[in-house]
Design a protein around this ligand. Structure first.
Ligand code: C2O
Ligand code: CU
Length: 638
């Protein structure tokens, strides 16, 4: 056995020698070193005589002998000497559809994998398997670009499924060496936490910079926060109870003015988080009035949220931490038998990337430089670690019983296809805007940015088992998932809860036959995201609506990219999806719709209570900031 002094960061004391088992795949190859028997996290750098190694440690957890392979890109042994090499080409196979060619690729251990993007759209090659640093590989490839997937050279024997984050229909496998299954989840090392709850009639939240525990080890992460935590405090109020929230901007002066939007709320225009007016400047405060009523009746109870909505900076400010949950409750729900109290668990799920010192990366600095495309299709703020309630890969102890999970995708750009690792379905009872008319059994629940699903999970048959909440790769062939958090089912059975067959009544009113407004989501000639061909301009009004009227609107995606479109202010419902009755989980109130390329939905709402300007926009925040936002103005009755 060769002894090499290794300098290790994070978990390890620097300068300690670690036994390394060297292995050469061929005399011509660079060294490939396997590091056995030790748990690795983070980056590893090593030096040995003439060799200088610098590689990202790849960790596959949950195995008896964790094993990380390091590629030694050493001295005169150039990486280009690598014997086995493969290239995957991304090709177009018709309008808005692409594939990896070949879809299944073999590579020797330590070999070189390149990916060539032969299309005019950006793609990623992203591993389903994750280590403590997120997907084992996750590389974005701009149109016309060829990239070497450096991590591929460090993978050990195994079959690694991959996909494109932007086009989940694009999938493939990479077989390294002899192939075989790989474990795909991080350790679940820290307990799930809930942000502090604020329940008063008049709430005060101070926005400030704060150091937050996000990753299990190492320093805390500096973030911009509501009230010092990430996510910010959860506001919990009974629907129908007037609520005032004073937000005080004590962020560093350079972070500028902010504005707060209660997503899916129904409030006066000036309290709606206008992107460029009614701002809260540095050192100032603003009290938002949230009556939590619509036309005199309580808003449907649901998990909504609040977040910064500043023009051009929404993605940045949310990335840095300005997000919090807003739970409205209705005592009738527990009377119906639904799980409540500690059996009702809000889960804000989002991704971020970190530097070695646990600070957040700054994806906004070099975005334009990297892609040369400004904020257009090249801008996608995606993190490589998924956080649940602000913690990476947490666990939660639960009873063998029924739980209500409020799944909330609070990411800027990513979507997650939620499923349970034990193969059990979930029962969806609501959206983020209220209960559904009837429960719906779902094997997986796909949520894009800002979307929420209210689901019941049943742990009764899983005593002493661990069950993961996963995000799965949505293909027919694969249900393998990435573990986001772990439920440890222990102890006595939980209370007797039940899910009634009838949940909520959706209000009835006559919707005009005529589509009053069509909103088209597309890309302009300068590669910017637009609505009806225009980028957002704060002074322009794109549609006027009479207060008191009922409107039928059509949302159409004319681009080659999936968007998640959000409408402010009213209790929206879905009348049609692509000309058909919407699926059962889209028959309640909705605020954000997934629109695949070419898709259209028809929605309706009654415009109640408030005149003024409100927004429609894509909730993939890079798109919103790029200008995929428009204004509708509610005007007085005639
Ligand atoms: Cu949650 Cu206009 O946004
Ligand atoms: Cu979009």
């Amino acid at each position: 056995m060769l002894m090499i002094p290794v300098v290790l960061e994070d978990d390890f004391r620097p300068g300690r020698a670690i036994p390394l088992a060297p292995r050469m795949t061929s005399p011509e190859n660079p060294w490939v070193l396997s590091l056995r028997g030790r748990r690795l996290a983070g980056r590893v750098t090593a030096t040995a005589g003439a060799f200088a190694l610098a590689a990202t440690a790849v960790l596959l957890n949950g195995q008896a002998s964790p094993n990380a392979a390091l590629e030694a890109a050493a001295g005169s042994r150039a990486v280009a000497d690598a014997a086995d090499a493969a290239t995957i080409t991304i090709t177009s196979i018709g309008f808005n559809s692409w594939k990896f060619e070949p879809a299944n690729t073999d590579l020797a251990v330590g070999g070189t994998l390149k990916v060539f993007n032969n299309t005019s759209t950006p793609h990623t090659i992203t591993s389903v398997a994750v280590g403590d640093d997120g997907p084992l590989f996750d590389v974005r490839i701009a149109p016309g670009e060829t990239k070497t997937i450096t991590t591929a050279s460090t993978l050990r024997d195994g079959t690694y499924s991959f996909y494109c984050r932007f086009h989940r229909a694009m999938t493939g496998t990479l077989t390294i060496g002899a192939g075989g299954p790989v474990t795909t989840s991080p350790d679940f090392e820290q307990p799930l936490v809930q942000p502090p709850r604020l329940t008063g009639q008049h709430i005060k939240i101070v926005l400030r910079r704060s150091d937050v525990r996000v990753l299990p080890d190492g320093p805390k992460t500096p973030m911009l926060t509501f009230g010092g935590t990430f996510p910010g405090p959860t506001i919990v109020r009974r629907a129908g109870q007037d609520t005032k929230v004073t937000f005080v901007n004590r962020l560093p002066r350079k972070d500028g003015a902010v504005t707060v939007h209660q997503h899916a709320g129904h409030q006066k225009s000036k309290f709606d988080g206008q992107p460029d007016s009614h701002l809260i400047r540095h050192g100032k405060k603003l009290t938002y009035d949230y009556p939590l009523r619509d036309a005199g009746t309580p808003l449907p109870a649901a998990l909504r949220f609040y977040h910064d909505h500043r023009m051009d900076l929404t993605a940045r400010n949310n990335w840095l931490g300005l997000q919090g949950m807003f739970l409205t409750t209705d005592p009738r729900e527990s009377k119906m038998g639904l799980p409540h109290g500690k059996y009702d668990i809000p889960l804000a799920i989002t991704d971020r990337s970190f530097r070695a010192d646990n600070r957040l990366t700054n994806p906004f600095k070099d975005m334009a430089g990297m892609t040369g495309m400004g904020g257009g299709p090249g801008s996608e703020t995606i993190g490589n670690r998924v956080l649940v309630n602000g913690r990476f890969a947490p666990y939660k102890k639960v009873r063998p019983g029924l739980y209500r999970l409020r799944l909330f995708n609070s990411s800027l750009f990513s979507s997650y296809d939620f499923a349970l690792s034990n193969g059990q379905p979930m029962t969806q009872i609501g959206t983020g805007s209220g209960l559904l008319p009837n429960p719906v059994t779902r094997q997986d629940v796909l949520l894009g940015p800002a979307q929420r699903a209210d689901v019941i999970v049943d742990f009764r048959k899983f005593k002493d088992k661990n069950v993961q909440l996963q995000s799965i790769l949505a293909t027919k062939e694969s249900t393998s998932g990435v573990g986001l958090m772990q439920f440890r089912v222990r102890g006595k059975p939980g209370p007797k809860f039940k899910v009634p067959d009838r949940l909520a009544k959706i209000q009835h009113y006559r919707v005009p036959k005529r589509v009053a407004k069509t909103w088209r989501f597309g890309l302009n000639d300068h590669n910017h995201w637009t609505i009806n061909g225009k980028r957002f301009a704060p002074k322009r009004v794109d549609a006027r609506v009479r207060l008191g009227s009922v409107q039928r609107w059509r949302l159409v995606n004319t681009s080659g990219f999936t968007h998640y479109i959000h409408l402010h202010e009213e209790l929206w419902r879905t009348l049609e999806r692509d000309g058909h009755k919407p699926p059962p989980w889209e028959r309640g109130y909705e605020d954000t719709w997934k629109l695949d390329p070419g898709e259209s939905v028809v929605v309706a709402a009654r415009f109640t209570d408030y005149t003024g300007k409100f927004m429609i926009h894509c909730h993939m925040l890079d798109h919103e900031d790029d200008g995929m936002m428009a204004t509708f103005e509610v005007v007085k009755k005639r």
